[in-house]
Ligand binder design. Sequence first.
Ligand SMILES: O=C([C@H](O)CO)[C@H](O)[C@H](O)COP(=O)(O)O
Length: 213
Amino acid sequence: MARPLIQMALDSLDFDQTVALAEQVAPHVDIFEIGTPCIKHNGVNLVKALRAKFPDKLLLVDLKTMDAGEYEATPFYAAGADICTVLGVSGLATCKGVIKAANAHGAEAQIDLINVSDKAACARATAEAGAQIVGIHTGLDAQAAGDTPFGDLNDIARLGLPVRISVAGGIKQSTVQDVVRAGANIIVVGAAIYGAPSPAEAAREIRELVDAV
Ligand SMILES: O=C([C@H](O)CO)[C@H](O)[C@H](O)COP(=O)(O)O
């Protein structure tokens, strides 16, 4: 299996703090995720700023698109996004719209399985429609209620679909190696890095743990 990628979730609302955090952790991560609250607050100009500052990093825009897939995602791919997310609960037509926009820009679409009731069926259908990545995702509110993404990760990995699997939802130093072993190709980490006394040091630890598996 290819080396798993580490995705840093940039979840601040502040434009300058987001760029500063990206600078601190850049040596240790592969993908910068502009989180949903952050992209809603700052818009496409933040995509352009990060693209210009980090030409060698992958850039994921966590749009969590729910309708008008092609129309909504197109300007973000045009601004330099490598990956945009679309909600699996939006339905196949919207997912296909984002996949179409991704393909038009030589980029990728990620289907976020958050709150999808039949995750296996959604992953199968969207993989067949050409999605490159499916995301197992326990959101911040579900985490607060005690949920984790680990069971769903095992279920989706077992399907052996021709997609990369991303996993998000409270991943930290003590759990990151388990998600690699369970078959995650992209490991998303937010609070365990940005909430640490030294985000750079936390990102370095995560990198070492992932590479040691
Ligand atoms: O996507 C996220 C969340 O739903 C807000 O949009 C987070 O970026 C993602 O969950 C990763 O953050 P942590 O769970 O804090 O690692």
